[in-house]
Ligand binder design. Structure first.
Ligand SMILES: *Cc1c(COP(=O)(O)O)cnc(C)c1O
Length: 363
């Protein structure tokens, strides 16, 4: 059996440190907004090269908090990709704004800056690119475009912790970067968790108030906020795992290189890396006309694989009111051909060899 992710092997490797961190929190009985949250936010901000990191209860909340802090609400439009997890656009819809879906680049799966430009209307207030599968979106062009049109830039970094472009980390390009610490993400905790990054003192102060019932001082509520905090247990676990993230992302990259080398000279399209972007392979996603056949053959051999994402967001019933008649040809074509293969830091070379040799029997 080869799974998509292997959290058990990873836990066993760092068990002593994790267990000590968890027990420390239990003994302290400080569970909400305590020293581990403070320390983790500081350590994560340092790692990412941003001024502030504000943790919260999930990646979905991180997106919503950032959108609210950016002042997005009813009547506004936010341009995003339809080739992503539902949370990206769900967060937009929660604020009362309209998600505007545009097409993607067929090589990177990421939002196409030319398509963004064409979708801008007088109602557009923000652009929400996703660094899908751990590959940075074209931030050079997207940042410029946002600046030029006066739009807020909110990055969905749920799959891209540690990805960078020439050393500049995702999450640091615009006023807001939104991260998820869902267990299977590159940096994952043992439950739900999220974080917003920003370089602005003003945005940071607002995000801290918003995540805690609109309150800076106990029982003084200056705005309608949320109950969305990272808890101390998760922060303590994340502090341990943050020390390994560079190594983990490096191991993912090594695994990706092995896949790509073994799949060379086949009909399968492998992920590309566009210099100077540093891809962190949250997923290793291939394209093939024989996608369904490959998936079935792998499954019979006890090898997991998954389709991210089988139904693009503009074809989801939940967004039907915003997407009538909308056709996104690249997104739709890729959704029919994409397949993600097992990918995690603990994936060993022999497993990759086995996966590829089984896969090749279908070609
Ligand atoms: C996982 C994910 C989210 C949501 O994160 P949660 O922590 O599960 O709420 C948002 N966007 C993308 C692209 C994701 O992969």
């Amino acid at each position: 059996m080869i799974p998509m992710v292997d959290l058990k092997t990873q836990y066993q490797q760092i068990k002593e440190e994790i267990d000590a961190a968890v027990l420390g929190v239990l003994e302290s009985t400080r569970f909400i907004l305590g020293p581990n949250v403070d320390a983790f936010e500081q350590e994560a901000a340092n790692y990412l090269g941003v001024t502030h990191a504000i943790s919260c209860a999930s990646g979905t909340d991180a997106l919503q908090l950032a959108l609210v802090a950016a002042g997005i609400g009813p009547g506004d439009e936010v341009i995003t990709s339809a080739f992503t997890f539902i949370a990206t656009a769900e967060a937009i819809a929660y604020t009362g704004a309209r998600p505007v879906f545009v097409d993607i680049d067929p090589q990177t799966f990421n939002i196409d800056p030319t398509e963004i430009e064409q979708a801008i209307t007088p109602m557009t207030r923000a652009v929400l690119p996703v660094h899908l599968f751990g590959q940075p979106a074209d931030m050079h062009r997207i940042s410029k475009l946002c600046e030029h049109h006066g739009l807020a830039l909110i990055e969905d970094c749920a799959q891209s912790f540690g990805a960078h472009i020439a050393g500049r980390q995702t999450g640091g390009f615009g006023p807001f970067g939104c991260f998820s610490f869902f267990p299977s993400k590159n940096l994952g905790c043992y439950g739900d968790g999220g974080m917003v990054t920003t370089d602005s003192d003003e945005h940071a102060a607002k995000l801290r108030i918003l995540r805690n019932h609109g309150s800076r001082e106990r029982y003084q509520h200056e705005m309608i906020g949320f109950n969305s905090r990272l808890d101390e247990l998760q922060a303590a676990i994340l502090r341990v795992k943050l020390r390994y993230i560079t190594r983990y992302n490096g191991q993912r990259r090594t695994a990706a290189q092995t896949y790509t080398r073994l799949l060379k000279d086949t009909s399968v399209v492998t992920p590309i890396e566009t210099e100077p972007s540093h891809h962190v392979y949250h997923q290793y996603t291939i394209l093939s006309e024989q996608r369904d056949e490959i998936m079935e053959t792998l499954g019979k051999a006890g090898i997991a694989s998954a389709i991210y994402y089988p139904v693009p967001l503009h074809q989801q019933q939940a967004f039907a009111q915003h997407t009538e008649g909308l056709i996104l040809p690249v997104t739709e074509r890729l959704a029919e051909k994409c397949l993600s293969l097992p990918m995690h830091p603990e994936l060993i070379r022999q497993d990759i060899e086995q996966i590829v040799s089984v896969l090749k029997t279908t070609l």
